[in-house]
Write a protein that binds this ligand. Structure first.
Ligand SMILES: C[S@@+](CC[C@H](N)C(=O)[O-])C[C@H]1O[C@@H](n2cnc3c(N)ncnc32)[C@H](O)[C@@H]1O
Length: 313
């Protein structure tokens, strides 16, 4: 996919219907030969629309108006390129806890949670948030995560988590103001509700910071699983991580996790974790991930946890 096609795809399948600002901006970048030439001077993974927009926000630049945006990017290109090269999209989206929760709640309790690609680890606290699935509310404190559902029988209680830990190539420190402001820069302009719940989750995690290991998900997972209490149900999970992992390492991870004494919850694109058979995705053309337990697909899910279409029996 060329850089222009990537920006158009982002506009059409990710930003459309949820961020008019980023949809407009991505379409404008896709037509802007000068910006495309600058982007093509950094390695392909660093040309990612969401990364560029977050870096510009992080540097204090404008994202609401394309002319101002392009003036900023061209004037500050050395700084923009440095940040693109050194950063990655590490969006820590606690809305995804609403997607994982129904599966966690249905497993034998209590649970030991092991998250790979945890970013700052905010999804390691699913038992400390509140959820609303249609008319059903679960939990009594913490930020409210709303998820519109089709076909789901919502959970009736929170899971009981007795142990939690994560790993990441570059764990973010939720107690650091700099890392928190990068997490905020990754949030899309109109998504004030996401910014608010990020701050609320950050306060919860800051009071009891997560145990996060720096390392690769294949190399470090066995030791982390071995450290979890064996009398709890050990659950390895990951959300929107494997698209950042090369294909052969993804395959190695899948083989590894299948060999460990754990349940495995994944929420990834179907082009990243594939399944022999899937029902058609909800037909609105937007990108959807697949929620799966132990390699069995259960539901289509929207990127930030706002919707889920359950299709498993
Ligand atoms: C898009 S973020 C998602 C974070 C979190 N899972 C969420 O949904 O909020 C992807 C995370 O995966 C991490 N990651 C990418 N490749 C990895 C690898 N090989 N091993 C461990 N973590 C990795 C990145 O550093 C980043 O923090």
């Amino acid at each position: 996919m060329s850089t222009a096609e990537w920006y158009l795809d982002f506009a059409e399948r990710q930003a459309r219907g949820t961020s008019p600002t980023y949809e407009r901006l991505a379409r404008a970048v896709a037509r802007d030969d000068e910006l495309l030439a600058l982007l093509d001077s950094v390695p392909p993974p660093k040309r990612q629309p969401n990364l560029l927009f977050a870096v510009v926000q992080w540097l204090g630049g404008p994202v609401a108006d394309h002319d101002l945006f392009r003036t900023f990017v061209t004037a500050h290109w050395p700084a923009v390129a440095t940040e693109l090269r050194s950063r990655a999209t590490q969006t820590n989206e606690i809305g995804r806890s609403a997607l994982v929760l129904p599966v966690l709640a249905a497993l034998p309790q209590p649970l030991a949670l092991i998250e790979v690609g945890a970013s700052a680890g905010l999804n390691l606290y699913p038992d400390r948030y509140r959820y609303r699935y249609g008319d059903v509310e679960v939990g009594s404190s913490g930020p409210m995560l709303r998820c519109a559902t089709t076909g789901l029988t919502p959970p009736t209680a929170l899971p009981q988590v007795v142990w939690r830990a994560g790993l990441d190539l570059n764990p973010l420190d939720i107690t650091s103001a700099a890392d928190r402001s990068w997490l905020e820069a990754l949030i899309w302009p109109e998504h004030e509700h996401r910014r608010e719940r990020l701050r609320a989750a950050a306060a919860i995690a800051t009071a009891d910071p997560p145990r996060l290991i720096r390392g690769d998900l294949v190399d470090e997972l066995p030791a982390l699983v071995a450290a979890a209490p064996p009398d709890a149900t050990r659950v390895v999970f990951h959300t929107s991580v494997l698209y950042q992992v090369p294909a052969e390492r993804r395959a190695a991870f899948r083989t590894l996790v299948g060999s460990l004494p754990v349940h495995w919850i994944s929420i990834e694109g179907s082009d990243v974790v594939s399944f022999p058979e899937l029902p058609p995705a909800p037909d609105d053309g937007r990108h959807q991930n697949v929620l799966a337990l132990d390699g069995k697909p259960l539901a289509w899910t929207e990127g930030h946890g706002q919707e889920m279409t359950w299709f498993a029996g």
